[in-house]
Design a protein around this ligand. Structure first.
Ligand code: ADP
Ligand code: MG
Length: 382
């Protein structure tokens, strides 16, 4: 969250309603350090919350209706209980769906006015959608005086995304936006939902984590994502396991699968789970530099086995490495979006500049970048 966003939502709220809001809440976007497409295979992920967040000024209202203004969209929408129909169109479905999920869970939600602003890049694989849901949930829980455990909040926000908006995602994004803490990555078991805060003190290790948005327009994401999920589910069925998380002998599993494409998909998921477990162990020992080869191996696996990278992303990773990054990988669901690169402190800008130069020479649009700083999860900030 930026202080500019806090000022913006406060002044927009005041000029719209003629008084101060009851409070200000924020929920972050996230970057996934490692563990891609493992969540829906009951496996392991390790995201951390970014400083970038959705910031919301809000106040309860008496008539049991809701209004939401997004300063990014320059739009206001109003809705009441009768409008809460899954499949609703428009960005405000992410807000209405949280009201819907709370009510479906038997919670009494007070009406409210929300004014929000966000500095989470949209559609870049940094979960601006989960940030919007988790911020809305934090607002409504407080205004309605609901006691809801953090993991339960994440599940309600996911329910909004899966059942109301209609995007079939795992729990990682909402868990990250809700549960992450400053200075840590979240080691998350997507089957048991067990969590562990693992220390990620980049500055103490003399490191920075560059997040570079390739700004590649996403194409075919939904259909390719669905195809990967289907392939993993089919492989688990053929192997007689509940989910690919349960594959303990990779060679035996590969030998049991006839289709080379399916073999590659399984190899990615199984080796990626192992990499997340190794990464968690390294962070427990404060060996952050040792993450670098795991990031590299994760990228190769996504590129060659899971086949979810695209030329811009591969070029960004290669260039970052050539410019001195210790390790680099695409982060997020794939087919565009961001890469992360672990770099020596003070070198992120020069690594990003090298990628920008290569992109220019290749005729690609200019990328953007920032430093990923492990930040706090959703909550009230004023
Ligand atoms: P990602 O979560 O990777 O950024 P998604 O496609 O899942 O991408 O979610 C992006 C959608 O979330 C946007 O198209 C919009 O509907 C909604 N959204 C995110 N941030 C905002 C915002 N600040 N204002 C309004 N809608 C937003
Ligand atoms: Mg999203």
């Amino acid at each position: 969250m930026s202080s500019a966003d806090v000022d913006a939502v406060l002044s927009a709220f005041t000029s719209r309603f003629g008084r101060d809001p009851e409070g200000v809440w924020a929920a972050p976007g996230r970057v996934n350090l490692i563990g891609e497409h493992t969540d829906y295979n009951d496996g392991f992920v390790m995201p951390f919350a970014l400083a970038q967040a959705v910031t919301v000024a809000a106040e309860a209202r008496a008539d049991g209706r809701w209004s939401v203004t997004s300063l990014n969209q320059d739009e206001t929408h109003q809705f009441g209980p009768d409008d809460l129909v899954p499949g609703m169109d428009g960005w405000h479905a992410y807000v209405a769906g949280v009201v819907w999920a709370l009510r479906e869970a038997g919670r009494k939600v007070r009406g409210a006015d929300l004014v929000l602003s966000s500095d989470v890049p949209v559609g870049a694989g940094l979960s601006s959608s989960a940030a919007l849901e988790c911020a809305t949930l934090a607002v409504l829980a407080d205004l309605s005086e609901l006691e809801i455990e953090p993991l339960e909040r994440a599940k309600l926000a996911r329910r909004c995304e899966n059942e109301f908006v209609g995007a079939p995602t795992g729990l990682m994004d909402q868990a990250a936006s809700t549960l992450c803490t400053v200075g840590h990555a979240l080691f998350f078991d997507c089957r048991s939902f067990e969590t562990e805060q693992v220390h990620l003190a980049l500055d103490e290790a003399g490191l920075e984590l560059l997040v570079l948005d390739t700004r590649t327009p996403h194409a075919l994401v939904d259909s390719e994502y669905a195809a990967r999920r289907r392939s993993c589910e089919e492989a688990a069925r053929l192997l007689g396991v509940r989910a690919l998380r349960d594959v303990t002998d990779l060679d035996a599993a590969l030998a049991a699968l006839p289709d080379p494409e399916m073999q590659r998909r399984v190899r990615h998921v199984v080796t990626e789970d192992v990499r997340v477990l190794e990464a968690a162990e390294m962070l427990r020992q404060d060996r952050i530099t040792d993450l670098a080869p795991l990031l590299d191996a994760s990228h190769v696996s996504m590129r060659d086995d899971f086949e979810i990278t695209v030329p811009t992303v591969d070029l960004a990773v290669e260039t970052a490495k050539a410019a001195g990054a210790l390790g680099a990988r695409m982060t997020g669901g794939g087919f565009g979006g961001c890469i992360i690169a672990l770099v020596a402190a003070g070198t992120a800008d020069q690594v990003a500049a090298a990628v920008a130069t290569t992109f220019d020479a290749a005729g690609y649009g200019a990328p953007s970048h920032f430093l990923g700083r492990p930040s706090a999860g959703a909550g009230r900030i004023r």
